[in-house]
Design a binder for this molecule. Sequence first.
Ligand code: F6R
Length: 578
Amino acid sequence: MCGIVGIVSSKEFPVRGELLARLKKLEYRGYDSVGFATSEGLVMRGVGELSKFIVRVPAELEAKAAISHTRWATHGGVTEANAHPHSDCEGKLFIVHNGIIENYEELRKGLEKLGHCFETETDSEVIAHLLEERLKRGGMKSALMSLIREAKGTFAVLALRKGEERIYAAKRDSPLALGIAKGGFILGSDIYAFSDATDKAVFFDDDEIAVVDAKGYEFFDAAGKPVRKKVTRFKWARQEEAGHGHAHYMIKEIHEQPLAAERLIRSLETEQAKKVGKLVGMMRRAKRVVLVAAGTSYFAALLGVYFLNRQNVMAHTLIASEFENYVYVDKSTLVIAVSQSGETMDVVSALKFAKKRGAKIAAIVNVPHSTVQRMSEVSLEMMAGQEVCVAATKTFTNQVIAMLFLASKFGFHANFESLPLQIEKTIAANEGKAKALAKELKGRNDVYIIGRGISYPSAREFAHKLKEIAYVHAEGMMGGELKHGTLALVEKGTPVFSLMPAGDVDIVSNTKEVEARGGRVIRISTATDSDFSIPAENGGVFAILSVVIGQLLAYHIAKERGLPIDKPRNLAKSVTVK
Ligand code: F6R
């Protein structure tokens, strides 16, 4: 994870108003600490979010080249010393890094023997010292070639030398892009860093090096041979930074769902229709379809499996981080990645594994030009627009709609016309109830959500939202499995949400089993007299609308508890480490 931004410009730019303003756009990648270095050799670092740090940076501070970093801690605690940039022994070379150097201990020991002094607990610092050491034998390009040769693991690195208005970059597995702007260049972990300044980008491939100054850029492969890079024009809806009229991005994004859903449906029927046709063709030709995803996207994928299996498409899914261990893929398999960011390392690794086994790769992503999209033969876009809150809401809904849309091509019934309105009605009719229930549940720490069949993935996603946003220990589970163990935890007053799509008689029995033990049952169903009534005419729609209730509830419990809703502790939106 972590976000990195570097700028080189022919004119001086304000560090605060330009570099750090761009870094803020990447804060969703981590917000444990922040820092920057300028080509003049000025370095500042701080713990916590950018907004707290930025006020310490003089508004008049300018630079012609600078690099910056927002951290999601992996190796080493959240301290100022561990904040990037890190420097060499002499304080003449600075680096920012996203990724993990797996063999850093071994490299560090070797460098310490050569006299290098380390000041942090991070894996990243080894990059600065390794470059310093290799610079004794040659220039920065060959030092970066050594880094590529010697470092194991993942990295997107920007390096700056004191007194040079030039940024050096190298990457493996972690994402890195170069934005071609007016009067200079912006390097960033993704296109958010520069999408307001340009629509032209160059995407780094693995084991590539770039040298960038205000006049131009050069790319090299790991052997130092020049590489001609394609300039990509991208389209990306910008997100306004403030003034959206809601207390938090999360609630803004919950309310955006009807619009986002409509945009996706329209796009799948028109501009993305060709890609849908191509993907459906690939699905028909494949012996089996395997969906791969993490977190919320996995629950959407699980729903996809339900929809497809109903239509006799052999489909499976597995959490990306365990993909290699539990799924069989070969040449006759189509692997479809489902990912909001398109950068989740576990998903990227699973795709690499699948590719090696000869599988075909496709994707459903929200961020265009992301790594996952670029690895895929065909990729549908979720059209949800930028999602700022770390917790996925509108992108989950659009992922499920995309799944439903694909399944509908195999005969699964769904009424796409009325869906956006049903989401709107669900929010309007239930937000007040969610608010009231949040007051009752704000002190509870254990909550269960049960669902069967089509509601089971929704129960999991409902619980996921309660955990990450409201810090409630919530378990989303199969209604039928409750009696095989977990029921022992249900006592008088234990909150148990029951997702009850019309016609599911078994969930009615499971709900009664909870009630008989004194559990506090909260029913979500299409019946008008249930605790939360949703206007779902079929299972697919029910699956989406029941999660919307979970989103509202998680938001309001978190609000009652005074939690940092858009940036929950320990999390980041784009998880680019294993
Ligand atoms: C949940 C959440 C995470 C992500 C997961 C996968 O609200 O945001 O669980 O769903 O990290 O991320 P993507 O979809 O970007 O691959």
